[in-house]
Each structure stands twice: as C-alpha cells, then as structure tokens.
Write a protein that binds this ligand. Structure first.
Ligand SMILES: *Cc1c(COP(=O)(O)O)cnc(C)c1O
Length: 459
C-alpha cells in the first residue's frame, strides 16, 4: 500500500509571474536597500516570506463577493454581511470595521488605555506594543518560560504563565490594568498556540481581579486548528465550534483580517459591551471612517466576510499548516536550528544558534536574513533586537532572549516546489555558516517601530 501524500484542498485558477535574479544583482540591490529587506522592491525578491499579512491568495468566491460590494456610505449591505459573519464565527454582536489590525488597536486603546497603565499578555505583537507604549503605558510579557527554549517540545507555547499574570494583577491597582491581551496564535514567540485550558485559567483570574480580557485574534483559526489537533477535549469539535469556545471567554477582540480572514486589507474590533462600542465608535469615526465602513470599501467587507468562513474550514487549515510544517521538517532534518514545535504561519530560525559567532550588538537575526536574500532571493524578516527596539525609558537597546529569522508563508500562494527551493538555499547557507563572521551597525533609526525604516551598514 502506498502512503497517500498530502494534497492541497484547492487548485489554481490564476497565476502571477515571478522572476529569478542573479547573486550579483542581489548583492547590489541589498546595498541600495541599506540592508533593510523592507526597502527592496518586490520584483527584486523571488520567494517573498516577509510576512503572511495581506499576501494570501483570495478565492474565486471572495473575488465574486467583491463584485457584490455595496459602496453606500452608511448602512451598506456589505456592512451587515460582515456583521453577521463576525457574529456567527466569533459570537461578538458589536463590531467596528477598521482598515487593518493596528487601526483596530488604535481605536480600542484610545478608548481603554491611558498613561501609566499596565497591559499583561503573552508576547504582545509589535504594533500592539507600539500602540501601548505610544500611550505611555506598559506591555508586560507573561508568556510561559517554555516558550523561550526553542528546542523544547510543548504543545501550547503561546500560553500565559498564570503565576506571572497573578503577580501583575495582585501587585497593581485594578484601575491601572485596563485589559489583559491574549494573542492567538502568539506571533512574537513563534506562531505558537494558546490552549482552551489556558484561556479558561486566564479568564478565571481576569474575573477574580475584575480585569477585562481581549484577544489579539489575527490567527485565531490557526489557533483553533492546533486546539483541535492537540487538546483532547476538542478532537471532535469543528474549527468554528472551537473558535466560538475561545471567544466566549473574552470581552472583545482586535483582528487583522490580513491573516486568517485571507484578505489583502482589513481589520475589525469585536465587542460584547454596548458602552465600550459606543465610546470606541467616536474614535472609529475620527481615525477610520463612519462606523459602517471604518476604512474599508463595501467590496472589501464582502470579501472579508467570505474569507472568515473559508479561513475556518478544516481542510484549508490542514493544507496551510502542513505546508508550513513541510518547510520546518526539511530544515530540521538538515540540522538547521528552528523553533519547535513549528508555528502555524511561519518557521522561525533560531539565529543565535545558527550564527553563534556574530555578536548580539551586530544584529544576529538581521545578518542571517540578509544572507538568505543574497543566497536565493528569499525575503524573510528579523524578529530580534532590531524589532525589540529600545527601552522607552532608558533608550538602551533591548536584547530579546530569542533572535529569530521568520519565514512567514503566505496563504494559498506558493507551491511546495517553492518551499523546497527555500529550504535548499537555507541549508546551503547553514553549511557555510562559519564564513559569516560579522554583522551590521545601525546608521539611521526612527524613534518608534524602527525595524520598518532602519538603515544599516556592514561592520
Ligand atoms: C498583523 C498583526 C497585527 C497588526 O495588524 P495589521 O493588519 O498589520 O495592522 C496585530 N497583531 C497580530 C498578532 C498580528 O499578527
């Protein structure tokens, strides 16, 4: 009997050409880009794994929904279609559309967070942290310690350490803690899931101290998939049932629809509380647009509603998460140090173990990311010291425990041949890793979220 190989749950109807380049072209382009991969033109990249955000392929059904978009300023049918989809999938009956995830954060945090506040959570995403710190509040990381050992096998490395959380809640006044944020899956610690058991515990503690619980839900469907596969109680539940269970413990959510809702642009806030919705509506109108479109076109809201349904189908999620693991397993088998278990949307290379000879002051993960680009035209992203930015008070560099190069896989976009191409190039760099001795220094950086615009020079 043959072993039946894995096959995707879709076929391809439309294609887009991409072009390979030469090593000498890439060596020139990366100098022009000041060694910042965000500065490259997309044509200078062959396989683009910079992010899985907004880079996925929409389905034929999503494109058909685009044609049905209602562009009325107020009360568009597209708004109600999206409202119904969100209520069905998340259980949140109040919602505000926003142009993307960080806009949802901006609106929600304008409503709830003030200077001096503390916001505990599991390794907050960079824009989330940016929006907290911009308000002179503080994000406190309460992720379990196991998350920081990339070799350790743990099914839910996104979990919150309940003792760390209780310590924050018990030693600070309630008025100073506007919310706890659980990021599902946890991007910053490697696309790692959070278990329902942990969500229940966090919810119990939140209620005990009278603090609200919000989800940063960009990858909630991938999180639900991992719960189904790894948490016994939910083995027979559908993805949508698990998602509803997850959200049932939260007071609200922010969503970057560019991730698990498989659209190129969009976001929203989901809420249970009418009063918070009313207050947030004021900021939504100020920053995003009227509350029935909030920075999105009617057609985009339609595609998003359809994407929420497709993104929560088991077969789709299985294809996606298997493709990510396909890359992870090829690298792991070759000895490349990767975060384990593999995340839902990306493979994270442990750059400190890949290039132990490069000093941390020379940006180890960035050094490796640049090398992968020169090697094969592969664009990954640094999740390390540059992203961690400076301490807002001392302005010193923050050196995170983990220095990652993230290979984020766009949804329904690349074939497994592309993935093989990526793995082969990374393994070639791994085999000549001892030749890479020095990294980079910063020539220019912005005062906040510096990684997008940083300019570097070779040491
Ligand atoms: C992408 C992302 C955001 C921000 O969303 P944008 O749509 O990029 O603004 C927030 N949180 C998490 C976990 C994300 O992955």
């Amino acid at each position: 009997m043959m072993n039946i190989p894995f096959a995707e749950s879709f076929k391809i109807k439309m294609v887009e050409s991409i072009r390979r380049s030469t090593r000498s072209e890439r060596e020139k382009w990366i100098i022009d880009a000041k060694y910042n991969l965000f500065n490259l033109r997309s044509e200078q990249v062959f396989v683009d794994l910079l992010t899985d955000s907004g880079t996925g392929a929409m389905s034929d059904r999503q494109w058909s929904e685009m044609m049905l978009g209602d562009e009325s300023y107020a009360g568009a049918s597209s708004y109600y279609k999206l409202k119904d989809a969100i209520a069905e999938i998340t259980g949140f009956t109040y919602f505000l559309p926003t142009h993307q995830g960080r806009a949802a954060e901006n609106v929600l945090f304008s409503t709830l967070i003030k200077a001096g506040d503390l916001v505990p959570g599991n390794s907050h995403f960079d824009t989330t942290k940016g929006h907290i710190e911009f308000r002179k509040a503080k994000a406190i990381d309460c992720t379990i310690d196991e998350a920081f050992d990339t070799t350790l096998d743990h099914p839910f490395k996104g979990n919150i350490d309940i003792q760390k959380l209780e310590k924050v809640l018990s030693s600070n006044p309630k008025a100073q803690i506007p919310m706890i944020i659980i990021t599902v899956t946890c991007n910053s610690s490697g696309g790692q899931p959070v278990s329902i058991e942990n969500i229940r515990e966090v919810s119990r503690v939140a209620k005990k101290y009278g603090v609200k619980l919000f989800f940063d839900a960009a990858r909630f469907a991938e999180n639900a998939y991992f719960i189904k596969i790894r948490e016994k109680e939910f083995a027979r539940h559908s993805i949508r049932e698990i998602a509803r269970e997850m959200f049932s413990y939260a007071d609200g959510m922010t969503m970057s629809s560019k991730k698990d809702a498989i659209v190129n642009m969009g976001g929203f806030i989901g809420l249970r509380d009418k009063e918070i919705h009313q207050q947030a509506s004021v900021f939504n109108i100020m920053f995003e647009g009227y509350i029935t479109y909030g920075g999105m076109s009617g057609r985009d809201m339609n595609a998003l509603a359809q994407g929420l349904y497709e993104g929560t189908e088991f077969d789709y999620l299985e294809s996606r998460i298997n493709q990510v693991a396909y890359l992870g397993n090829m690298l792991k088998d070759a000895g490349v140090p990767v975060q384990f278990p593999f995340g839902g949307h990306a493979i994270f290379i442990d750059a400190k173990r890949f290039l132990p000879q490069v000093p941390k002051e020379q940006y180890v993960a960035q050094t490796l990311a640049v090398e992968l680009y020169i090697e094969g035209g592969i664009r990954a992203v640094e999740i390390g010291t540059i992203l961690a930015d400076r301490d807002p008070m001392t302005r010193e560099n923050r050196y995170p425990d983990l220095e990652f190069v993230r290979l984020a896989i766009p949804r329904r976009t690349y074939t497994n041949n592309h993935i093989q191409y990526v793995a082969a190039h990374i393994i070639n760099v791994w085999e000549r890793r001892n030749e890479i001795k020095t990294g980079y220094s910063i020539h220019y950086e912005a005062p906040i979220m510096r990684h997008f615009t940083v300019e570097l020079g070779k040491i």
